[in-house]
Ligand binder design. Structure first.
Ligand code: G6P
Length: 610
């Protein structure tokens, strides 16, 4: 989604702003722009396409101003062209705004403003706000006041940053629904939609909350509510290493993140197990053990890949904790009339912790009285802060739009949560201990799967021109089939469907021929024989088969066209292993097809609009 950066200080703003935009490229965008305050005028440069296009325009331009802002746009209202790119200015050119979010009442505001003589130049919802600010400024000649009054008129979600030619050393930021972080440097201050945009300058940050406004100047940052009540906030330290947001020699972030998984999975459980007692140690949930012990039902709420992790969680919790579990798409949950009974516990899963649908669904669950816990990666994110408590997955920044390491860390944390519930109920310490031992062995097993990357690339070469794929799995690996198919769609633009293997005969079987490869996840588990029957059904219809199975299972060689082996593990942990070859398969496929792996078309990393 849109990236935002703003700077006030003593240095030239332009390189800082451009660098910040580069750091946020991973979020997904289709045009970009900057505004620099230069000798009491606002210099705006913007362009459609990737940052390289904007860089061409900026290159050689002499802009020395020390106050500025930049934006990468992910189009919602209006096509992604130069005109619709942010920043937007009004009639006078005295103000500029950048925006992440959607102004829902923009159409009526626009009509009103047009009736007052304003002319609109773009198709965006955002342009209305800069006209509003102009209108209010006319009346009182006070930038801050004009912004507040404009905000009162707006319905919708926003992270805004404003500049004003008349008050050239000031930036005003406001948040309602779209994340903004403030950065404190030495005589310089930052605002960004994403800490990675500013982490090379400062690690001291404050996360803005909804209904807050921040006024940045070279003298400091003043934070108030939109109604101008003073707000005192904690300054926090960003702890991650800069190398975590760089490629470190890998061709793509996605590949780096796939290869990081042995350590990120370990990080997700570091210090969180007590093997001798067969217990997990989840500090974030410690104060809520009563609530968890009384839980009669668990609801998982998530989107995308996180939703697939939730599905695996459903299987895990039902098997080991014997508890009712529901898995909900956040976007559906929020507009239904969900039943939240006493002792319902909601787990909200979100890598970014900012997905608009997930956040809204979480608030709805809270309103209906559920205890709400977050499973997030991004520290300090909205979901992490607004949930009653939670567990960070500690996978480190995930830059590739297609989620990989966050998924396996989510599964690891969900396995620990399963263990927690199971031990609260019926699981013995001995069984708990065995599970922990197996969990701790997972990172080494992932490492061994990664050595197959070249072999998987060869498989990708064979199938790179196919237009459709089917992914089949059963039990714990049905969600993995969904995730494998999603990965392929997302980054290689090949149509792929994930299906429960046995359900194939109720429809997708009609599609099978030698032009539609099937990826079948068939570890040697409790339902292996059943999955093999489904494999035979594909084979009988001339389908090509890529099978994922357990090391030592040689019989499958005769049936499948390609076999990728994964080490043996507990059935319920097999998704963590089985997904790795599928991540690699989609990665290689996308690279071979010349796709932009880290920033696939139309997708955004953190979807902060509905
Ligand atoms: C977007 C991303 C997906 C991600 C989903 C949910 O669609 O492209 O990779 O799984 O959002 O994101 P979250 O941050 O809530 O896990």
């Amino acid at each position: 989604m849109c990236g935002i950066i703003g700077y006030v200080g003593k240095k030239q703003a332009l390189p800082i702003v451009m660098n910040g935009l580069k750091r946020m490229e991973y979020r997904g965008y289709d045009s970009a722009g900057i505004a620099i305050v230069e000798n009491r005028s606002l210099e705006i440069i913007k362009e459609a396409g990737k940052l390289g296009e904007l860089e061409k325009l900026v290159d050689g331009v002499q802009l020395h101003g020390t106050v500025g802002m930049g934006h990468t746009r992910w189009a919602t209202h209006g096509v992604p062209n130069k005109t619709n790119a942010h920043p937007h200015t009004g009639e006078s050119g005295n103000f500029a705004v950048i925006h992440n979010g959607i102004i829902e009442n923009y159409a009526s505001l626009k009509i009103e403003l047009e009736s007052k003589g304003h002319t609109f130049h773009t198709d965006t919802d955002t342009e209305t706000v800069v006209h509003l600010v102009e209108e209010f400024y006319e009346a009182n000649h006070d930038f801050e006041k004009a912004v507040r009054e404009a905000l009162y008129c707006i319905t919708g979600a926003y992270g805004f940053v404003f500049l004003c030619r008349h008050e050239p050393d000031k930036i005003i930021a406001a948040r309602q629904g779209s994340p903004l972080v403030l950065g404190y440097g030495k005589d310089e201050f930052f605002v960004a939609s994403d800490a990675s945009a500013i982490v090379t300058h400062t690690r001291q940050v404050t996360f803005m909350d909804d209904h807050e406004m921040a006024i940045l100047s070279p003298r400091g940052i003043k934070i108030t509510t939109i109604d101008n009540q003073p707000v005192v906030k904690k300054v926090e330290e960003i702890t991650y290493d800069i190398s975590q947001i760089e490629k470190s020699g890998y061709a793509h972030f996605m590949l780096k993140e796939i290869f990081e998984q042995p350590s990120t999975i370990l990080d997700s459980m570091r210090g969180r197990t007590v093997p001798d007692d067969g217990l997990p140690r989840l500090g974030g949930l410690a104060e809520h053990m009563d609530t968890l012990a009384k839980a009669k039902k668990i609801i998982f709420i998530a989107c995308g890949t996180s939703w697939h992790a939730a599905l695996v969680g459903e299987y895990m919790l039902e098997e080991f904790a014997r508890i009712n579990v529901e898995v909900e798409y956040a976007s559906e949950f929020r507009y239904r009339n969900p039943i939240i009974e006493k002792n319902t516990v909601v787990f909200v899963i979100s890598q970014s912790g900012e997905t608009a649908d997930t956040l809204a669904a979480m608030r709805e669950a809270k309103r209906r009285g559920a205890a709400v816990f977050g499973i997030c990666n991004v520290v300090g994110s909205s979901i992490a802060r607004e949930s009653d408590a939670g567990v960070y997955i500690h996978a480190g920044p995930e830059i590739g739009v297609a989620s990989t390491k966050a998924f396996t860390s989510q599964l690891t944390v969900i396995a620990l949560i399963t263990l927690l519930f199971a031990r609260l109920r019926n699981m013995s310490a001995v069984e708990g201990k065995q599970i922990i031992e197996e969990l701790l062995a997972i990172p080494e097993k992932v490492k061994s799967i990664l050595t197959n990357s070249d072999y998987i690339r060869e498989i990708a070469e064979t199938y790179m021109d196919k237009r459709n794929f089917l992914y089949l799995g059963r039990g714990y690996n049905f969600p993995v089939a969904l995730e494998g198919a999603l990965k392929l769609k997302e980054i290689s633009y090949i149509h792929a469907e994930g299906y429960p293997a046995a359900e194939m005969k109720h429809g997708p079987i009609a599609l099978i021929d030698d032009d539609m490869p099937t990826v079948i996840i068939a570890p040697k588990d409790a339902i292996y024989d059943k999955v093999m029957s489904n494999l035979e059904e594909v084979k009988a219809r001339g389908g090509k088969i890529i099978a994922i199975t357990t090391e030592g299972n040689n019989e499958i060689n005769e049936k499948a066209d390609h076999v990728i082996y994964i080490p043996k593990t507990h059935d319920f942990l097999s998704p963590i292993l089985a997904v790795i070859p599928l991540q690699l398969l989609s990665y290689h496929m996308a690279v071979l097809r010349g796709c932009n792996v880290d920033q696939p078309r139309n997708l955004a990393k953190s979807v902060t609009v509905e």
